[in-house]
Write a protein that binds this ligand. Structure first.
Ligand code: CA
Length: 428
């Protein structure tokens, strides 16, 4: 899911406001100069990389301007929680996830037993990342990683990898080179997103080096060709990097007592109070309540009394949660709060759960991918020939939506939901 990756880079962009602008593509000379610069610091990589090996393999790398263009889109187009969650956890994706589990029960149960991570979470990550497909994206990972590292170079005076975020791009490029050097990936398979994520659960090269698991036992960590390896590597990431707490939920939907709501009345921004973490029973004692099987208000109670803290994706009004450390664990897999909720809500639905009880603060809720496709086909029929009915409200679809609103003499809007889709598709 490319849009997920966009969120990561938004943060990266914000950190690097002083770096070069993204208005122009990198020239061939700039890219080559960057490759030479990188070759001077291969020693600073987390793992060994000889300068000659780097230069030999990097000689095959090409600057890919789709990386820069995607970074620009990421910075430019705001999206809503209710749109993203409606599309990423729609009925089709839930049914597909249930089918994946039914067809792979043995291997998924063994992965769950070994790593303690529920199979629904692993499969939900697979569903969000690549829609349960073998691969996502079409950009060679080496090109994407090198382009990212050159578009946002690590400052020369910072030897420590990972700080600032742009230095992680550099380490990612080095890791991509090492995977090729060590024949750990087949060059033809080494294709992924503009953010250099590849394989069935979209690993970036530096992460794969650290957490990859050969679960099917053929001696190779293959997250492209092997479901078992991809799923086990994902579970291993959640367990060893994030410290997944077996048996604990990711979130519990709650209602906040009226006399304590003032602290959460927001302007639509997310509110996440990690410093307020305490046992669930302490929140219950404060009068916070949960939802029962039919949406009724019930006391908060869970086995093990997990430590939890408040998370309100859009402030109040809107759904409110107490989240466990497993929320942070998924956040280490992908640093976007929305990603965590997409994965965990999809897992919840795959396991037979339902949408949140509390409505989002909108009169125009989000669409399933099937509905978006139907609407996109309508846009095509209205003459927007460059709209592709792919179920994603991307830039061309948004441009066409804006044109349709303008045609009706309505205030400009660049997305549609349940209400506005029906309104536009009915005769004026
Ligand atoms: Ca394997």
């Amino acid at each position: 899911m490319q849009h997920i990756r966009l969120l990561l880079l938004v943060g990266l962009l914000a950190l690097q406001a002083d770096a070069q602008t993204l208005d122009q593509p990198l020239g061939a000379e700039q890219f080559q100069a960057c490759v030479q610069d990188l070759s001077q610091v291969t020693d600073s990589a987390l793992r060994p990389l000889k300068r000659d090996d780097f230069l030999r393999i990097a000689a095959d790398a090409h600057y890919d301007d789709r990386v820069r263009q995607s970074m620009q889109v990421a910075a430019g187009e705001p999206t809503y929680w209710w749109d993203e969650l409606a599309a990423t956890t729609d009925a089709q994706r839930v049914a597909d996830g249930q089918r994946v589990i039914a067809q792979n029960a043995d291997v998924l149960n063994r992965i769950e037993a070994r790593f303690g991570v529920p199979k629904e979470i692993v499969v939900a990550i697979y569903g969000i990342e690549t829609n349960y497909g073998p691969a996502g994206g079409r950009i060679p990972v080496l090109d994407a990683a090198m382009s990212l590292a050159c578009l946002r170079p690590c400052p020369p005076d910072t030897g420590q990898p990972g700080k600032p975020a742009t230095c992680r791009s550099r380490e990612r490029a080095f890791a991509a080179v090492r995977l090729l050097r060590d024949n750990k990936v087949r060059r033809d398979d080494f294709v992924g997103s503009w953010a250099a994520a590849f394989g069935r659960t979209q690993f970036v090269p530096d992460t794969l080096e650290q957490v990859g698991v050969d679960f099917d036992g053929d001696g190779v960590v293959d997250v492209v060709g092997s479901d078992a390896d991809a799923w086990a590597s994902t579970a291993n990431h959640l367990k060893t990097r994030g410290g997944w707490i077996a048996g604990a939920p990711v979130w519990i939907e709650v209602s906040i007592p009226p006399d304590q709501q003032a602290a959460f009345a927001g302007k639509g921004d997310s509110i996440r109070q990690q410093d307020q973490i305490k046992p669930l029973s302490a929140w219950a004692a404060q009068g916070w309540r949960g939802f029962g099987p039919n949406g009724e208000s019930v006391p908060l109670q869970r086995a093990g009394d997990p430590e939890v803290y408040p998370f309100l994706p859009v402030g109040l009004p809107g759904p409110a949660f107490l989240v466990t450390r497993n929320f942070n664990t998924i956040l280490r897999y992908n640093g976007a709060e929305r990603y965590v909720m997409e994965v965990s809500l999809l897992a919840h639905k795959i396991a037979g759960g339902r949408d949140f009880w509390t409505p989002w603060p909108t009169d125009d809720p989000g669409l399933s991918r099937a509905q978006v496709k139907q609407f996109q086909q309508w846009l095509v029929d209205q003459g927007h020939a460059d709209v592709v009915p792919d179920g994603v409200q991307g830039r061309k679809t948004r441009d066409a939506i804006a044109a349709e609103f303008e045609k009706r003499g309505l205030p400009p809007q660049r997305r549609v939901g349940q209400r506005t889709m029906a309104m536009l598709m009915s005769p004026p």
